[in-house]
Design a protein around this ligand. Structure first.
Ligand code: MSP
Length: 658
């Protein structure tokens, strides 16, 4: 990536209501892109803010019994608080009611008026009272006439118009010759499609008699400025246009992130306004899709609006940021579901990433006095001397970094994250292949040291690459590895810079698993044996809830005979010809064992590696369907559901369960 300045903006949000997940998404996306550009060493500026004028805000204020300014002042706080909570790192927050913005809007209006780009005319035509916009028949739904629609009324009034129509041919040509201008490509085609019909001039005034809440036109005090003409100017007023030329020329042109519903204002109105003002065009307007709830649009009246604050309270800020970034293909719609959230969280963060950190820190503490061991001198400078597995880890990590930055350039953060998570998986697999717990028993510890060093080094690079998405968690992860501060862009691309000898810390549960199942009051303790049958509870749940859990009492000495231990699942696969059985390789404090468990109808094999479970460690070995089983895992079952009994990852594998 070359070191270009990167100026990124979000839409400025209307202060008629509190923020929802759609607002949070764009702002997090901007924050993450800004973070990656900072990480790459690009000078970066990130602007967000609020759109405070116009009909929407005026109407909300009336309903709340406040003045429009009071409404704006009360609502802007919700946005500011949410951004603070989400760890948003914007450089500026602009409100369109601020003097610094109003002055620039008025200067632009006056300039355009003086140069004949704005003219006064009698408007006689159709007006949409819902969206407060002037419409022509071509704007109406297919086959509808204005007379059919109650929100379309005939209106006759004097207004001011911006000569937008004269820029139509220029705009079409500009879009066609600047591939990066509107993204993704299908949105570019959408704008070009819109421009196939004749472009009208844009009415940029509202008579105060109809709407007083806006910026007064400098050349006619009877009018205020149309809210979009005011709002779009925020992107230049905030960075010193007509005030601080040095600042303005440092940052402009911008990358505008927007939702697909505001494509026309950003790719038709705004470019023609800039053209008339003599300002260069934005670098890119990137339109993302909508977050849907299931298949439905989120709306207050349907009561399906996802409140970002609730999600953060329940799952944490970084998990929420990660989910939004990983789940949506920028440009397309995405569907939000709690189930999807929990599934992705558990798979990517709890199992893959959290588990990798736990393994590296636990084994470093257990086998290397808690210090990341140094590899043999000169080895990392000669990767060809690494064994094939370590070389593959190194290459996977370094190529994930390169691909990540290429995906960021293409606004495909989802693909960038999946590269990083694949690399995390590769490192987990490396540990399974190398079995440091076995290497630790060899008299020569070199292989153990290389293995733990390579894994810690992979985590150093991958955690830095994940930092823009999960800043707080990655700081914690890095602190647990003994790393201090972020690394430089160059240090991201060199494998072998981990400062060996640092003390690792107990990481705690970085991403504790979230169970999305049965309310605990219904769960009846049950044990899954290696046999397929006992998975089903002995009695139906209703009876089980009413009856005492145990059927017969036992002596403490009986219980003492059972050796329960924590174990880490290393891998899992189906047993051929037995649809209820999975064959698991588990690690119990450095020892690997195979067990067979009747859980195949409740878990997919790929969900399991990395989990810390509880097993009966002193079961007599048995053969189940011809497959050897050396132990038995514990699970809870109720109402036909079955979930593994799991232990707090902090304790690691091999601990006694009493
Ligand atoms: N004030 C204008 C923008 C002016 S920019 C010069 C505005 N504000 S808004 O608050 O209504 O919407 C802001 C953004 O939120 C839009 O980009 C819109 O697409 C986005 N979203 C609103 N609901 C959304 C989803 N459900 N999903 C994703 N984004 C959506 O428009």
């Amino acid at each position: 990536m070359d070191h270009r300045t990167f100026y990124v903006t979000t839409p400025i949000y209307y202060v008629n209501d509190k923020p929802h997940i759609g607002h949070a998404y764009t702002t997090i996306l901007a924050d993450v892109l800004a973070g990656y550009h900072r990480l790459a060493g690009d000078p970066t500026y990130f602007l967000t803010g609020t759109d405070e004028h116009g009909q929407k805000v005026q109407r909300a204020a009336e309903q709340a019994g406040m003045t429009a300014q009071e409404q704006a002042d009360a609502t802007v706080v919700h946005f500011q608080r949410l951004w603070e909570r989400l760890g948003i790192t914007h450089d500026d927050f602009i409100r369109t009611t601020e003097g610094r913005h109003k002055r620039v809007v008025q200067a632009c209006l006056q300039d355009l008026f003086d140069r004949g780009e704005i003219y006064r005319a009698e408007y006689d035509g159709w007006y949409d009272v819902t969206s407060e916009t002037f419409v022509t028949e071509k704007d109406l739904p297919e086959g509808k006439k204005p007379e059919d629609l109650p929100n379309i009324v005939r209106i006759k009034e004097a207004n001011y118009f911006f000569k937008m129509s004269q820029y139509q041919a220029w705009l079409v040509d500009y879009i066609q010759t600047h591939q990066d201008f509107i993204q993704p490509e299908f949105r570019r085609n959408e704008t070009l499609g819109f421009l196939r019909k004749p472009l009208q001039d844009l009415c940029i005034s509202r008579p105060k008699s109809r709407l007083a809440w806006g910026i007064e036109l400098p050349f006619d005090s009877q009018y205020v400025c149309y809210v979009w003409f005011d709002a779009l100017v925020n992107y230049i007023s905030a960075i010193g246009y007509r005030g601080d030329e040095a600042m303005f020329s440092k940052w402009w042109p911008a990358v505008h992130l927007i939702g697909k519903d505001i494509l026309t204002t950003h790719t038709v109105y705004w470019p023609t306004m800039l053209k008339a003002l003599g300002v260069p065009q934005p670098r890119t307007v990137f339109a993302h899709g909508w977050w849907l709830f299931g298949d439905a649009k989120m709306s207050k009246s349907l009561g399906n609006v996802v409140n970002p604050m609730d999600m953060i309270d329940r799952f944490g800020v970084d998990a929420f940021r990660y989910f939004l970034m990983a789940e949506m293909i920028p440009g397309q719609d995405a569907s939000f579901s709690e189930d999807g959230f929990v599934r992705r969280y558990n798979a990517d963060l709890a199992n893959d990433l959290g588990n990798l950190l736990n393994r590296v820190t636990n084994m470093t503490r257990r086998f290397c006095d808690g210090k990341v061991p140094a590899p043999p001198a000169g080895l990392m400078e000669h990767p060809e001397r690494l064994d094939a597995a370590a070389r593959e880890v190194r290459e996977t990590v370094l190529s994930a970094v390169e691909r990540l930055f290429a995906h960021i350039e293409a606004y495909r953060i989802d693909l960038g994250l999946s590269e990083l998570l694949s690399a995390v998986k590769r490192v987990n697999k490396y540990l399974e292949e190398k079995q440091p717990w076995t290497l630790a028993r060899q008299p020569d510890q070199t292989d153990l040291h290389v293995c733990l060093y390579v894994s810690a080094e992979a985590l150093r690079i991958l955690s830095q690459c994940l930092h823009p998405v999960m800043p707080a968690k990655m700081d914690a992860l890095r602190a647990a590895l003994g790393l201090r501060g972020p690394c430089t862009p160059a240090e991201l691309r060199v494998f072998g810079m981990f400062p060996a000898g640092r003390d690792v810390q107990e990481p705690g549960a970085l991403f504790p698993r979230v169970e999305r199942v049965v309310p605990s009051s219904q769960a009846e303790a049950a044990v899954t044996t290696e046999a397929p049958k006992p998975v089903t509870p002995a009695s139906p749940p209703a009876a089980a809830a009413a009856a005492p859990v145990g059927v017969a009492t036992i002596e403490f000495t009986d219980f003492q005979k059972v050796k329960l231990k924590t174990a880490r699942i290393v891998s899992a696969e189906k047993v051929a010809g037995a649809d209820k059985l999975l064959k698991l390789q588990i690690e119990i404090g450095g020892e690997t064992r195979q067990i067979v468990a009747g859980i195949a109808q409740h878990y997919q094999p790929e969900e399991l590696p990395g989990r810390l479970i509880v097993v009966v460690a002193n079961m007599k070995p048995a053969k189940i369907r011809g497959v050897e089983s050396n132990g038995m895992l514990l699970a809870a079952s109720a109402g036909g559901k079955l979930r593994l009994v799991s232990a707090d990852p902090e304790i690691g594998s091999g601990a006694d369960v009493k």
